[in-house]
Design a protein around this ligand. Sequence first.
Ligand SMILES: Nc1ncnc2c1ncn2[C@@H]1O[C@H](COP(=O)(O)OP(=O)(O)OP(=O)(O)O)[C@@H](O)[C@H]1O
Ligand SMILES: *[C@@H]1O[C@H](CO)[C@@H](O)[C@H](O)[C@H]1NC(C)=O
Ligand SMILES: *[C@@H]1O[C@H](CO)[C@@H](O)[C@H](O)[C@H]1NC(C)=O
Ligand SMILES: *[C@@H]1O[C@H](CO)[C@@H](O)[C@H](O)[C@H]1NC(C)=O
Ligand SMILES: *[C@@H]1O[C@H](CO)[C@@H](O)[C@H](O)[C@H]1NC(C)=O
Ligand SMILES: *[C@@H]1O[C@H](CO)[C@@H](O)[C@H](O)[C@H]1NC(C)=O
Length: 469
Amino acid sequence: MTFSNTPFGLFIVLALVFLTLTVVLKKWHFGLREEEAFGDDAPERNRLLQQLQERYQELDKLYVTSSDEFISPHVSINDSIDYINGEIGADNTVTINETDIGCEELAGMKAVDFLGSGYTKTVLKVALPQGLFVALKSVNHQGTDMRMCMDDFKDSQRCLEFVSFKLRKEIALLQRLQHPNIVQLKGQCQDSALVGGITAVLEQGTPLQMIQLLQSPWEERFRVCLGLVRLLQYLSQSPLGSVALLDFQPRQFVMVSGELKLTDLDDASIKETACREDSDCGLQFPLRNFTLRCSPSRICKGLNEMRNLYNAYRYFFTYLLPHQAPSQLKPLIHHIMNSTRDLKQSINETLIAFEEVLHMYQSGLHLENLPPSITRDYTVLKGMRSVGNMEYRCWPSYKQQGCLLSVHSAKEAALICSSNPQCTSFSLSNDRTWTGRLLASFRSGFSHLVPDINSAVYMRKVKALGAVP
Ligand SMILES: Nc1ncnc2c1ncn2[C@@H]1O[C@H](COP(=O)(O)OP(=O)(O)OP(=O)(O)O)[C@@H](O)[C@H]1O
Ligand SMILES: *[C@@H]1O[C@H](CO)[C@@H](O)[C@H](O)[C@H]1NC(C)=O
Ligand SMILES: *[C@@H]1O[C@H](CO)[C@@H](O)[C@H](O)[C@H]1NC(C)=O
Ligand SMILES: *[C@@H]1O[C@H](CO)[C@@H](O)[C@H](O)[C@H]1NC(C)=O
Ligand SMILES: *[C@@H]1O[C@H](CO)[C@@H](O)[C@H](O)[C@H]1NC(C)=O
Ligand SMILES: *[C@@H]1O[C@H](CO)[C@@H](O)[C@H](O)[C@H]1NC(C)=O
């Protein structure tokens, strides 16, 4: 491994020293404890062996649930616009990429940042020689899982093997479950000389920051919720069957270019709950309990799907969806909130409702009743850009300094400008948001105009005289 001179260099070196020391200590520990721990402690040892056995079996199941040939883990989605418009997703058009990253490629890696860690795993940002950044996931030797196993069994090698199963399971699931809202597996390495065991090479994202997301425009928050619903629809009928995310929390997701992606799959379950009567099909949450139907085939049908959907409601929709929604879309949004809160709709129906909101928002249908005369209050200067701007702030703006908002058309921008006494002009460029809406920049004045073929400036007639120098 080589290190760059980044501020993280020192951190990584320290982390490695720590890791190395831990390995050395554990080897010593292990050597010392070998006879001592299992001398006359056969029941403990058998319990660990049995648990290992169970995890082997669970892993095996993931590979034999379908007879299709080996799926290369590296896939690339043709075009994200198709996805945004809903053309990828259900039919899951993905192409296989043969250039998997393996142990060889990782040999030349440079760790540049620490991305996160949890009970089970540690994630580092790594620069590959080709200049590509990826996230490397490996077992967290200092994590709670490892510590608890050591407390119980005092066998570092077997505990490492035991905890590694969670990562193995995750890799197996990532190979079988491919979706734009699941982090992409770019390769893996099982060389034990590297990072001490199995390593997954993943598309790199940034940890989900709920606080930051709460402050972002509605359009971006809606994108996260829509991505989540598309993901849950896929999981409800994945190649492995209906998948439940047992540990469903924001920290199991990362953001990649504004899109939400699931990264933590070790707590995913593909088990269907067996039942004899409806009361066996209970779903319990802190504030709400539900009972589902026990189907004639003695399975709680839709239990995994509904568990995911209610978690999406309580961890994501309640915080992200209603707040600052465009007023004309509010009835639709409230309907979504009500039906997911009471689990009155399936994931399929929920997705249809979300796609309808997206369609209305993209096509400007929700703006049909705008007064047509509104742009008459503005002088349009096409092919011009303003310079020396006097910005005012608005919230929630795409830009911290200034007021940059997404609009459907010049008409909607004019409406926004006219409703704010500070606003004397706005401009539109070719910049668009993920839905294809325009980004409009509003201001209280500017010093002069310069030619720019990709821009148009709209000056408010009444205000213009007084405010522009
Ligand atoms: N591809 C990625 N890009 C950037 N950060 C990531 C990526 N994958 C995971 N992380 C970060 O690393 C953290 C730990 O990863 P992960 O959730 O898989 O580990 P874990 O041990 O199972 O965690 P937990 O205890 O929450 O279940 C995540 O919370 C996330 O912030
Ligand atoms: C997606 O596929 C189509 C047809 O196969 C192709 O024309 C298009 O260029 C591809 N888009 C990207 C971004 O690769
Ligand atoms: C495979 O992935 C690599 C790295 O992401 C990329 O450079 C390459 O173009 C991809 N190849 C195909 C066939 O998609
Ligand atoms: C849900 O069910 C549990 C167990 O039956 C019970 O203890 C709890 O009070 C119920 N919660 C609500 C909100 O009804
Ligand atoms: C949603 O539920 C609330 C409270 O239960 C109710 O007041 C509201 O009318 C419902 N809205 C819709 C759109 O169903
Ligand atoms: C949900 O939608 C998918 C794809 O659109 C379809 O295959 C599936 O049968 C639907 N499920 C139900 C329960 O209607």
